[in-house]
Design a protein around this ligand. Structure first.
Ligand code: C2E
Ligand code: CA
Ligand code: CA
Ligand code: CA
Length: 279
């Protein structure tokens, strides 16, 4: 038994070293990829399902490697957030996304918003507002065209600080949506005080609609909660006509998901913008 214990210990340490090594190597790769300008924005349309109108585009980061491979956020966002690399990474993606967006606006291809995902790490930066302000001036972007998505759990773990920061963004004229809503335990009392204008129902509640009764109740509750608080509401991860019909019938017209489009690179979303709604 003693021997076995020793073996377990050895296995454990070498496993830990492997993990630490993988982590470090990924960190180095992300850093290099930032230097090589390899992070790019993908865009997913947000649709008013009744008017059949594009009301916005959500920006989702992708890592395009030198050999053309596209890597999804699940592979890099966590390590980027842990190491602080999320800050230059997101700035790279944001800048590119806003440039595309402003071009499409000028061409009359879109009059909705650009939604950007924001990590707490970024909001915590002392120079974040300076960055946003400078950005808005430099690129001549009306702040009303922008929306930041912040996850409910991020807000709730640092409620006071996040409320303050969100108010500052609001003062700049930028709207805020609570992302992954329903997963972060916020109470009605807090919700009323937060300087937000939209709730985004988490896709985990949408997936099994309309069959799953619990999800149906939760979704309906979030929609009426938003309604009572004077907030807009959007559902993410909508893949089927049935899900859309359920949401519409219960008062949620704003839809995002594969039903309309996967996230697309700039060239492909431009084609989508030109063709919608006549496909
Ligand atoms: P999120 O903000 O909740 O984004 C929604 C995720 O669901 C995206 O995954 C999107 O591609 C995916 N999705 C959209 N429609 C559907 C659908 O109909 N069905 C299913 N099954 N999935 C759908 P993605 O692009 O892999 O991003 C994952 C997460 O990474 C995001 O979750 C967000 O938290 C984070 N992330 C992505 N881009 C950025 C970024 O630029 N900055 C920051 N800070 N975080 C980002
Ligand atoms: Ca989001
Ligand atoms: Ca989500
Ligand atoms: Ca998420």
């Amino acid at each position: 038994a003693k021997d076995q214990g020793r073996n377990n210990f050895q296995f454990y340490t070498s496993n830990l070293t492997d993990q630490a090594f993988a982590h470090l190597s990924m960190q180095t790769q992300i850093r290099q990829a930032i230097d090589n300008n390899e992070f790019i924005p993908y865009f997913q349309p947000q649709i008013d399902s009744i008017q059949q109108k594009i009301i916005g585009l959500e920006v989702l980061a992708r890592w395009q490697t030198k050999d053309g491979k596209i890597i999804a956020p699940i592979e890099f966002i966590q390590i980027a957030e842990k190491t602080g690399l999320i800050i230059p990474l997101d700035r790279q993606v944001m800048l590119k996304a806003i440039h595309h967006f402003l071009r499409w606006r000028k061409q009359g291809l879109i009059d909705g918003k650009l939604s950007l995902n924001l990590a707490v790490k970024q909001l915590e930066q002392d120079d974040f507002f300076e960055f946003v302000n400078t950005l808005l001036c430099e690129v001549d972007c009306n702040p009303e065209w922008l929306e930041f998505e912040i996850t409910e759990s991020d807000i709730m773990t640092k409620l006071d600080e996040m409320t303050r920061k969100m108010s500052q963004l609001r003062q700049l004229g930028i709207k805020i949506a609570i992302d992954d809503f329903g997963t972060g335990y916020s109470s009605l009392a807090y919700l009323k005080k937060l300087p937000v204008s939209k709730l985004k129902i988490d896709q985990s509640f949408i997936r099994d609609l309309p069959q799953d009764e619990d999800d149906a109740v939760i979704t309906k509750t979030i929609i009426s909660m938003a309604d009572n608080l004077g907030l807009k509401v959007i559902a993410e991860g909508v893949e089927t006509m049935e899900q859309q019909a359920f949401l519409q019938a219960n008062g949620c017209e704003q839809i995002q998901g594969y039903l309309y489009s996967k996230p697309l690179n700039a060239d492909d979303i431009e084609i989508f913008l030109r063709q919608f709604p006549d496909q």
